[in-house]
Design a protein around this ligand. Structure first.
Ligand SMILES: [Zn+2]
Length: 297
């Protein structure tokens, strides 16, 4: 819900069968429908790609395979056509098994994650395509997949685990806002938990309401705030700032990473309709990001 509300890029890490893909698909259903102009824009991109669709108000959900080529993912060709990141514009780009993607493909996501667009240059052609997507990536916690599994034992050495997880480069990890470890749920627990969370409709309403609040205040979502806007809209209160500074110092956080904590803190406060970013919001934002910290040192 936090990712859907503020458009915060998300990593899901967990063993096979823990429901990572299902969660990514459900996330899309929390997003409000496109407005008419957004839907037209997206249909134009689909046409350029040769994918003829009826005008749809549903947010796109693109799920490129790990074997996708660079042009298929980010766009290319002559004349240039859009790639998956553009077809996911205003929706979700889900890269499952993200560590299996070609390194060059992953690194090519850095520019659009920063600027929400991509420039393709070919001899004689130059094209700009929009790419304002919510990035959700997923992978196993280790090569065998069972690190942290309640029933099955992991066979990997600490060095293998470290090498595996570090396939997600520091600069890419630096662009993620949230990291969630997903663990398999036992059938009994699943039934017990049913009914203890908000239902889908309540969550959709909460996401839509909190998105409107952000757009009214700053004309964009929290995940899209520029550094100047962050200073204006995401200043934590004194106690929260002390916590953030201590964390930033301990993990040598980049200014980009500090800004990401502030933006997620803003979304957590907005979800509670709270004008100030308090210590509990910063603490939760740090918690959501903690497992990315070691990738950036
Ligand atoms: Zn393992």
């Amino acid at each position: 819900m936090v990712a859907a509300t503020g458009r915060h890029h998300l990593r899901l890490m967990g063993p096979p069968g823990s429901g990572k893909s299902m969660l990514a698909q459900r996330l899309r259903s929390l997003l409000p429908p496109l407005d008419y102009e957004e839907a037209l824009h997206l249909a134009a991109m689909q046409n350029l790609k040769g994918e003829t669709h009826q005008l749809s108000m549903a947010r796109p959900f693109r799920n490129p395979h790990a074997s996708s080529s660079l042009p298929a993912l980010v766009g290319g060709g002559s004349p240039p056509t859009p790639g998956e990141i553009t077809l996911a514009h205003e929706g979700v780009l889900f890269t499952d098994e993200v560590l299996e993607f070609d390194r060059r493909c992953l690194e090519a996501l850095r520019e659009p994650l920063e600027t929400s667009k991509i420039m393709i240059s070919r001899a004689g052609y130059q094209a700009h395509f929009p790419a304002n997507f919510l990035w959700v990536c997923a992978h196993n916690p280790c090569p065998c997949g069972y690190l942290g599994h309640p029933k099955k034992a992991c066979q990997c050495t600490p060095e293998q685990i470290r090498r595996y997880q570090s396939k997600l480069s520091g600069p890419l990890a630096d662009r993620l806002d949230l990291s969630v470890e997903v663990s398999p749920i036992e059938a009994g627990e699943l039934l017990q938990r049913a009914g203890t969370h908000d239902d889908a409709e309540t969550m959709q309403q909460k996401v839509a309401r909190t998105r409107r609040l952000q757009l009214d205040r700053q004309q964009c979502l929290n995940g899209e705030l520029t550094p100047g806007q962050i200073a204006r809209h995401c200043k934590p209160d004194a106690e929260a700032e002390r916590l953030l500074l201590a964390y930033a110092h301990q993990y040598h956080l980049s200014s980009r990473a500090i800004h990401r904590v502030c933006k997620v803190g803003r979304t957590l406060a907005d979800l509670e309709n709270e004008p100030r970013i308090r210590k509990k919001h910063v603490a939760a934002a740090i918690q959501y990001r903690k497992s990315l910290s070691h990738l950036m040192t």
